[in-house]
Design a protein around this ligand. Structure first.
Ligand code: SF4
Length: 375
């Protein structure tokens, strides 16, 4: 009979590293931002399919000129058009803010409303709205879904909310006009749809830092709604004309947070008044996901990476392709990876052919308007 096994003290095992398991180096190597963002993106893809919202996966087509979303009202017309026409977004998508906003609404505000609502009234996560408006002969349509609403047992709305999270509640003495516009779109559409009038809403701001809230009771204001409808009509007219709207932000800070400020002319790059199509040739401030979204949205128009972006994201070249560097002096062109370059967009590479004859002139990728639909 063999001796009973003796227990090895845990400390000895950890110190000596003599365990039956390998050090999970493969796991350590995979804990990276790249791995995480790809995983998170796949999770969202699966969730959209699970929830019957597969249309959120992949790019959406450019919006019809007459159609408006409640969350996109009363903002800079040019910014709205860039977004509606799928112009490439600069910077990083605020996924964290979206996630916190959704969690705050679903995990905190909905249960709170359920607990405080009166007998025989209920809480619904959202209501679908779809309303047509004709103003001065222009047909407009506002479609979307509301935030949580208090409803009757027949699910008819009594009070609609708009929930926003914010960094701080300090200095928040009244709701922001574009949030008021969003709530007014809900009230206008629901009031039309139901036999009883729907005139009351709440805009609730939640602090991401303290979880305190500030709530504003809003009653439908016909004069304010007229201003919103006028904004929609103007946007529709701009969109139908196909022209880039003027750079007229609705709020002082709007350009600072705008995802199109470089192509618009409000960034520190040498571009201004660029249209909806094409990537900025000497700009590498596109986040990988935003870039992929743009390339996918314009797949049928042969969108590719600029040579500068091909240097930054070489792993995307196989799938999407890359434009050549080209020289405006000698008209020579070069594949993106055949010209040596350190990636500094302030110092684009010199044309090798011109350099041979002693002339230093930089090469660049095609201009934005030259990039799509090229045969
Ligand atoms: S940078 Fe300013 S003016 Fe230009 S599109 Fe954005 S918000 Fe409008």
């Amino acid at each position: 009979m063999s001796d009973p096994p003796t227990e090895t003290p845990v400390e000895d095992t950890l110190v000596s590293g003599e365990t039956d398991f390998d050090v999970p180096q493969a796991v350590l190597d995979r804990i990276s931002n790249r791995e995480f963002t790809e995983w998170y993106s796949e999770q969202q893809f699966q969730t959209n399919i699970l929830e019957g919202q597969a249309y959120f996966n992949g790019p959406s087509p450019p919006k019809d000129p007459d159609r408006h979303s409640p969350s996109k009202l009363l903002q800079c017309h040019r910014k709205a058009s860039y977004a509606r026409q799928n112009a490439p977004r600069e910077g990083t998508p605020p996924e964290g803010l979206f996630w916190i906003g959704t969690e705050f609404e679903e995990q905190v505000i909905v249960p709170f409303l359920q607990d405080i609502t009166t007998q025989n009234t209920y809480v619904t996560n959202s209501l679908w709205i779809d309303a047509e408006i004709v103003v001065d002969g222009t047909e407009l349509r506002v479609r979307g879904s509301t935030d949580p609403a208090i409803v009757t047992p027949d699910a008819e709305p009594l009070l609609v909310t708009e929930i926003k999270t914010t960094t701080s509640l300090d200095h928040l003495s009244k709701p922001k006009p574009h949030h008021r516009a969003q709530l007014h779109a809900y009230l206008f559409a629901l009031d039309r749809e139901y036999d009883h009038s729907v005139t009351d809403g709440m805009i609730v701001y939640g602090s991401r830092k303290t979880l305190n809230i500030e709530a504003f009771h809003i009653e439908f204001d016909a004069g304010f709604w007229e201003r919103v409808v006028d904004w929609m009509r103007e946007q529709t007219v701009f969109e139908r004309s196909g022209e880039l709207p003027p750079a007229t932000p609705e709020r002082d800070w709007e350009c600072n947070y705008c995802s199109f400020k470089h192509r618009c002319g409000q960034g520190d790059s040498p571009y201004a008044d660029i249209g909806y199509d094409g990537l900025l040739p000497a700009f590498t401030g596109y986040d990988r996901q935003n870039l992929v979204d743009y390339l996918e949205a314009h797949d049928g128009r042969d969108a590719r990476l600029t040579p500068a972006l091909a240097h930054q994201y070489p792993e995307l070249v196989d799938e999407y392709g890359a434009y050549d560097w080209s020289c405006s002096r000698c008209s020579e062109s070069y594949a993106w990876d055949t010209v040596e370059w350190d990636g500094n967009t302030d110092d684009l590479p010199f044309c090798p052919t011109c350099a041979e004859s002693g002339v230093l002139v930089t090469v660049s990728g095609p201009e934005p308007h030259e990039q799509l639909d090229v045969k």
